[in-house]
Every structure is written in structure tokens, then in C-alpha cells.
Design a protein around this ligand. Structure first.
Ligand SMILES: [Zn+2]
Length: 277
């Protein structure tokens, strides 16, 4: 049995503000080991539950955050960026039985610690087929297309609540309780590691591949915090203006949908100016 872990940092133990997750800052250096502790605990729990293989896919920022040297020796880790499926890279080869979303967070414009969707601040809302979308919701639709269930989820309490909507079966561990976008009541890494490990062990039985889900067309609408960003986004074929600060596009598959999403966010980030946005 093979488990894939998609590891994001904003929803990790102890993390509550931008410097905690921005590569190169002293706070980020400190938080890396708490992030690693969450991911390693999940891996240990999956091995406890009978998994043969655990592949960790780094999904935060430059995708170089986790400390490989602090992980269980059975773990394999995909580090670095430029991957076809980005946050859920590795799910497409037909050998993954279940996926864990570790350190996830709520979406752009939503309440939650460090809430955002891909872009830290420029997106104020994302909707998939009319439903408010977090990264977790988008990625859950991608992995469903490959028949892989989401079995474990960790993040703040509001992210866990959000995950109930798209991965109701997944075991969930809230590593902190939301107070504001930049504040939370945090639990210690020792405590969250124990809880994550137990939940992962329990979640292993959920890791059973199902028939690939082929849904209807996927329509994504994105709202930006400035008009020129919507204009910039229309460079991407298929992305059309749907409002002063909005674009919309439709894809036949989630594979295509998430890749277009990535294209739009990449183009848009290049159009952001330091002071005026
Ligand atoms: Zn994220």
C-alpha cells in the first residue's frame, strides 16, 4: 500500500503568521521542524497502519521546507518545484491508494489562519462550479479523478471544518484553533504529533482506490483584489472576464483545470507591483 502526503505549511503546528512560512526568515527556520514533525507523524502512523510506502510531496512555496534528515528512514520525499500536478504531484501514476493533506488551510477570502488560495493575498475568492474553493477542495477534485481518496487532513480547526465538505470520510486533526488570520491557540508539537500519528494509523484502512471520478465540466471563477490582475489573467487561453476583478474559465477535466489555475496564478503574480499590488 502506498500513501502520498501533500504537505503544505500554513496549517502546520505552531504556524500563525507570514514570517513563519516565508523561506529565508529566522521564524521559518524555526517552524520547519514543527512542520516536519507533523508530516513525519503522519508517515509513522501510516506505517503503523500497514502502509509499505509513503511518498511526501512538498507543496509549500518553493517546495523546499521539510527537513528530510529528521524523517523516518522509510519515507521518500519529492522536494522542489515545477511538477505537473503541483500540490498533488505523484497521484497520477496509478500506484497511490490514499492521500493525506497535511498542514492545509482555508481558502482565499475565508476565515482561517493564513487563509489563501495559491496566491498569498491577491485572490479574494475562488469558486469551483459555484462553490467556494480552498486548495484542499481543488486538490480533492484532482485526486478523485485518479480514484484516490483523501484519508487524512490536518490544519487549523476551520480548515478541518472546510474539509468536511469535500473529504467527509477523512480523519481530521486540528493542530491549532483559529483566533484571527494571524493568531491561533496552538498545541505543542509533541501533542499534535501523537494525535496525527494515531489518526494516520486509523486512516490507513480508508486507503482503498476507487473508480476514477469523471464529473461534469469544471468551471472556476476567480476574484482578484485589483482590476489589472483580472486583465492580466486573460492572457491565459480560455480565461475570460466575468466582472471588473473577476475571470472565469471552464475545463473538461480537473487535470486541465488545476493546470489552468496554476497558469493564471503564475501570470497574475508577475503582474503584482510591490506597493500598489
Ligand atoms: Zn497552501
Amino acid at each position: 500500500m502506498k500513501i502520498l502526503i501533500s504537505a503544505d505549511m500554513e496549517g502546520a503546528t505552531g504556524v500563525t503568521w507570514p514570517a513563519d512560512v516565508l523561506p529565508g526568515t529566522p521564524q521559518w527556520e524555526r517552524c520547519r521542524s514543527m512542520f516536519t514533525s507533523d508530516v513525519n507523524a503522519a508517515a509513522l502512523g501510516f506505517f503503523d497502519g500497514g502502509a509499505d510506502e509513503v511518498l511526501v510531496n512538498e507543496a509549500h512555496w518553493s517546495m523546499r521546507n521539510l527537513l528530510l534528515e529528521q524523517m523516518d528512514e522509510r519515507v521518500q520525499m519529492l522536494t522542489g518545484r515545477h511538477k505537473s500536478l503541483s500540490m498533488v504531484e505523484g497521484v497520477q501514476h496509478g500506484d497511490v491508494d490514499g492521500i493525506a493533506f497535511i498542514g492545509y488551510h482555508t481558502g482565499a477570502g475565508m476565515e482561517g489562519v493564513l487563509a489563501h488560495t495559491y496566491l498569498a493575498n491577491q485572490l479574494t475568492g475562488v469558486w469551483l462550479n459555484g462553490k467556494r474553493a480552498s486548495e484542499g477542495l481543488l486538490n480533492a477534485h484532482v485526486v478523485a479523478e485518479y480514484g484516490v481518496p483523501v484519508v487524512l487532513f490536518t490544519g487549523d480547526d476551520l480548515a478541518c471544518e472546510d474539509a468536511l465538505g469535500y473529504a467527509p470520510e477523512a480523519r481530521k486533526v486540528a493542530v491549532k484553533d483559529h483566533v484571527s488570520r494571524y493568531a491561533a491557540v496552538c498545541r505543542t508539537p509533541a501533542r499534535t504529533a501523537a494525535e496525527i500519528r494515531a489518526a494516520a494509523k486509523d486512516a490507513t484502512s480508508l486507503a482503498v482506490r476507487h473508480a476514477p471520478v469523471r464529473g461534469e465540466d469544471f468551471t472556476v471563477e476567480m476574484e482578484f483584489d485589483a482590476e489589472h490582475l483580472a486583465a492580466a489573467a486573460t492572457v491565459v487561453p480560455g480565461a475570460e472576464r466575468s466582472g471588473e476583478r473577476r475571470v472565469v474559465y471552464t475545463s473538461e477535466t480537473m487535470y486541465e483545470c488545476i493546470r489552468t489555475f496554476k497558469a493564471v496564478t503564475t501570470i497574475v503574480s508577475a503582474a503584482v507591483e510591490e506597493q500598489y499590488g
